[in-house]
Design a protein around this ligand. Structure first.
Ligand code: NZQ
Ligand code: ZN
Length: 392
């Protein structure tokens, strides 16, 4: 196991009806004027925004609001939020929604105290200061409620890039699984795929002797395999929703990834797809993650066999370990298909002829991308090709 620091200061407030505690949590974390940030309307329609406002009013916390965050959140709304937040003198950003809303809120939180263009932090500059962010989560997926990451799309050129620092971890996150019951099945499944991908990005490592995090990863994956079909069959199943919601947090606050080298190439390749075609991140991952697996499994066949046997219930074929590795990857893809995910470019709405554009945007040049297996330009092209043609 490698040396690590693990700092996860977020207070998680989990369970039914907890959004009514927003006002007191905002006060606890020093908020005296709040910008409520939300998406395209689901949180308004469900009555959640009213609940949040009532709670803030009861706690005597003045607030302004900015809705309209799109999935794959755009820089343009963040600039608007920075302007509004400065004019209104807000000192805490309250994100009510999913990963897109939370990531947009983190962008605003970075931009308000910064004397420059907030995009600098999405182009490599390390953030040092940000306003506190609180969240009321409405979808189990990105894990931004517990992560120090924010992923934003620059509208000019549709470049999707990330900022990362522990200062971006929310001060508090309210997680009421019942709020996810209004999700369309497709978004539930996209979220489940993203959660599993966050684990796989950590699971495929070159670091030896990481039994504890391996086992934590496997527990989350097994939970997702069990609970995702349950919520799709019965969207009001609170217990299954609760397990998925907590799995989504555990999958990405890095408790499963500490002390081990991680990969993230599937995510980086996917971000170019959701950047170019504006597809849902989880759907893009359903296409990219198994394609990446198929391309890299020979780098460490036995690690893939471990996934196949422990997670997907395959029998180990000692004479032909590669067959066991591939069987696990096939079972993963079949699972994704069974929950309604696309598995190739056509089903996703992507085009094979755009592969050069995707590779160009990735900016790999003549270099290599680090990870479980180092990837150069030709490797990336091959992975996109596998993704373009994948079938069951
Ligand atoms: O905008 P509204 O109307 O709220 O609709 C949203 C949106 O259309 C809808 N939705 C959310 N909660 C709902 C609901 N509909 C009905 N009932 C509810 N309770 O779902 C749609 C998707 O929402 P979004 O916030 O985009 O989903 P998600 O949480 O999957 O976030 C995706 C974004 O997070 C980024 C992705 O790249 C993508 O941009 N990621 C962020 C990460 C992070 N910050 O740590 C890590 C991830 O790997 C990921 O890259
Ligand atoms: Zn993700």
């Amino acid at each position: 196991m490698e040396n690590f620091n693990f700092y996860s200061p977020t207070e998680f407030v989990f369970g039914k009806g907890r959004a009514a505690e927003t006002g007191s949590l905002v006060k606890k974390y020093g908020g005296t004027r709040v910008l409520i940030h939300y998406g395209g309307g689901s949180a308004v329609r469900s009555g959640l925004i009213d609940t949040v406002k009532k709670s803030l009013d009861e706690a005597g916390v003045p607030h302004c609001e900015l809705g309209g965050v799109q999935p794959n959140p755009r820089d343009t709304l963040i600039y608007k939020g920075i302007g509004l937040g400065r004019n209104e003198n807000v000192d805490l950003i309250l994100a009510v929604g999913g990963g897109s809303v939370i990531d947009s809120a983190k962008g605003i939180a970075l931009g308000i105290p910064y004397n420059g263009d907030f995009w600098d932090f999405y182009s490599g500059k390390l953030p040092e200061k940000a306003l506190p962010v609180g969240t009321v989560l409405t979808i189990a997926a990105a894990g931004s409620e517990g992560s120090g990451n924010s992923i934003v799309t620059k509208e000019d050129g549709m470049l999707k890039r990330g900022a990362r620092n522990d200062i971006l971890r929310p001060k508090f996150s309210i997680m009421d699984p019942a709020l996810t019951q209004t999700l369309p099945a497709y978004q539930t499944a996209c979220g489940a795929t993203d959660i599993m991908a966050h684990i796989f990005e950590r699971y495929f490592t070159n670091t030896p002797e990481v039994e504890i995090t391996d086992r934590l990863c496997e527990a989350v994956l097994l939970t997702m395999l069990k609970e995702t079909p349950r919520v799709l069959a019965d969207p009001d199943n609170y217990e299954a929703r609760a397990n998925i919601m907590w799995a989504g947090m555990i999958a990405h606050n890095n408790i499963c990834g500490v002390g081990r080298q991680q990969d993230w190439n599937s995510h980086n390749l996917e971000h170019e797809l959701s950047g170019l075609y504006d597809v849902t991140h989880g759907a893009g991952l359903a296409v990219m993650m198994p394609a990446w697996m198929e391309y890299v499994y020979k780098h460490n066949v036995l690690r893939f066999c471990q996934m196949s046997t422990r997670v997907f219930g395959c029998q180990m074929n000692f004479e032909n370990p590669e067959a066991t590795a591939m069987e696990g990857i096939h079972r993963f893809r079949r699972f994704l298909k069974s929950i309604g995910m696309p598995i190739n470019f056509t089903e996703l709405g992507a085009k094979e002829e755009d592969i050069p554009v995707l590779v160009e945007k990735l900016g790999i040049g003549d270099g290599k991308r680090a990870g479980f297996m180092e990837l150069d330009r030709n490797d990336v092209i091959e992975i996109y090709r596998i993704a373009a043609h994948a079938s069951l």
